[in-house]
Design a protein around this ligand. Structure first.
Ligand code: HEC
Length: 104
C-alpha cells in the first residue's frame, strides 16, 4: 500500500476544521452570547426592547452592513455592546449570516 496516503489524510484532517466557521458554530455562539437578549429563536425580548428577527419586515429594515456593524461596534444608547475583540471577524460574519437565517 502507498504510504503517503495516510499521511495526506492526516494532514487534511488537521487543516480542514480551520477553514471556516459552520452554521452550527454560529448557532452555538448565539445561544451562549446573544439569546439572553434576543431570544433563542431571535424573536426578541420585550424587556430588552429587541426586535423580532423572525419577521420579514424587521429583516427588511436591516442592511447587511448594519447587522455587521451592530455586532462589531454595538448599537449606541442600547444594551447592545460591540463584540469586536471578543469574537473573531469570522465569528462575527457567521453571526450576521445567522441573524438572517432567523427569518421564518
Ligand atoms: C445585553 C443584551 C444584548 C445582548 C447580549 C446582545 N444584544 Fe444585540 N441588541 C440588543 C439591543 C437592546 C439592541 C437594539 C434593539 C434592536 O435592534 O433589537 C440590539 C441590536 C442588535 C442588532 C442590530 C439590529 C438592527 O436593527 O440593526 C443586531 C444585528 C444584534 N443586536 C445582534 C446580536 C448578536 C449577534 C449578539 C450576540 C453576539 C447580540 N446581539 C447580543 C441587546 C443585546
Amino acid at each position: 500500500m502507498n504510504r503517503t496516503l495516510p499521511v495526506l489524510l492526516a494532514v487534511a484532517s488537521l487543516t480542514l476544521p480551520a477553514f471556516s466557521l459552520r452554521a452550527d458554530d454560529a448557532k452555538a455562539v448565539w445561544m451562549k452570547k446573544c439569546a439572553l437578549c434576543h431570544g433563542a429563536d431571535g424573536s426578541g425580548k420585550p424587556a430588552m426592547k429587541t426586535k423580532d428577527y423572525t419577521k420579514a419586515e424587521e429583516q427588511a429594515k436591516m442592511k447587511d452592513e448594519e447587522i455587521l456593524k451592530a455586532i462589531q461596534e454595538g448599537v449606541p444608547n442600547s444594551k447592545m455592546k460591540g463584540y469586536a475583540g471578543k469574537l473573531s471577524g469570522d465569528e462575527i460574519k457567521a453571526l450576521a449570516t445567522f441573524v438572517r437565517s432567523l427569518k421564518k
